[in-house]
Design a protein. Structure first.
Length: 237
């Protein structure tokens, strides 16, 4: 499957025509047919192209729809890629005169050791944030469903608990040193607030927005506002 789209030039043309003036994040990832050993080139090219237009950039190393992409989340492959991403960010900053934060989007399907490794690698590279998480390849939540073996990742309710576990694990390692953006299974105010309680500083929604529409945004914002107010009230004076 890969990241099906019409390419960088088409994306940038769309961005240039936009009327939306809110915060714009742009997601980049390697091409399906680019070997992992050469993935750095794709991330550098993507970052350089979108840098002048983005308010922040997401480097996606976790989509289950691109064969082998998740292998970049581990070991030396991850460390080398993160340092290359940081290097490209520094070059783009020098060329444009503006600093655009870069976050890395990771998968929910990793064990505790994997979460700790990712957290330390992000700190070492000096990146600006982590997005937790992408979709899940686990089929436990849809076991017995006639389409349970279909290819691709599951979003929405099936990823709510796995993403929460990753956020909690990341926060245990990162604390306040690196912001976490919580994603996965947010379909009401409580599921948004629980991401904040787990350690996320921001949240993103997609599947819930499709099914519930703009009302979900208002509900999530209000729930998070109440969560933060309660936390402030219970905290030190």
């Amino acid at each position: 499957m890969g990241f099906n789209n019409e390419g960088l030039e088409h994306l940038i043309a769309n961005v240039q025509r936009r009327s939306f003036r809110g915060v714009l994040g742009i997601n980049v990832g390697k091409n399906k047919d680019t070997p992992n050993e050469q993935s750095e080139q794709d991330y550098r090219k993507g970052m350089a192209a979108v840098y002048p237009y983005a308010d922040y950039i997401t480097c996606n190393v976790s989509s289950p729809n691109t064969p082998g992409l998740r292998d970049l989340q581990f070991g030396d492959s991850l460390k080398q890629l993160l340092h290359a991403i940081k290097d490209e960010q520094t070059k783009c900053q020098a060329a444009t005169g503006r600093y655009v934060p870069v976050a890395v989007k990771i998968a929910p399907d990793m064990d505790d050791d994997g979460i700790r490794f990712v957290a330390q690698a992000l700190l070492e590279a000096g990146l600006d944030g982590v997005i937790a998480t992408n979709t899940t390849i686990s089929r436990e939540a849809v076991k017995g469903h006639p389409y349970e073996q279909e290819a691709g990742g599951l979003s929405g309710a099936p990823v709510r608990a796995p993403s929460l576990r990753v956020i909690q694990g990341l926060y245990a390692e990162l604390g306040e040193r690196l912001p976490i953006i919580g994603v996965g299974g947010i379909d009401d105010g409580e599921s948004a607030a629980e991401k904040i309680r787990a350690g996320a500083k921001l949240v993103q929604v997609y599947t819930g927005f499709i099914y519930r529409g703009p009302a979900l945004i208002d509900e999530a914002v209000e729930a998070i506002r109440q969560e933060l107010a309660a936390h402030k009230k219970d905290g030190p004076a």
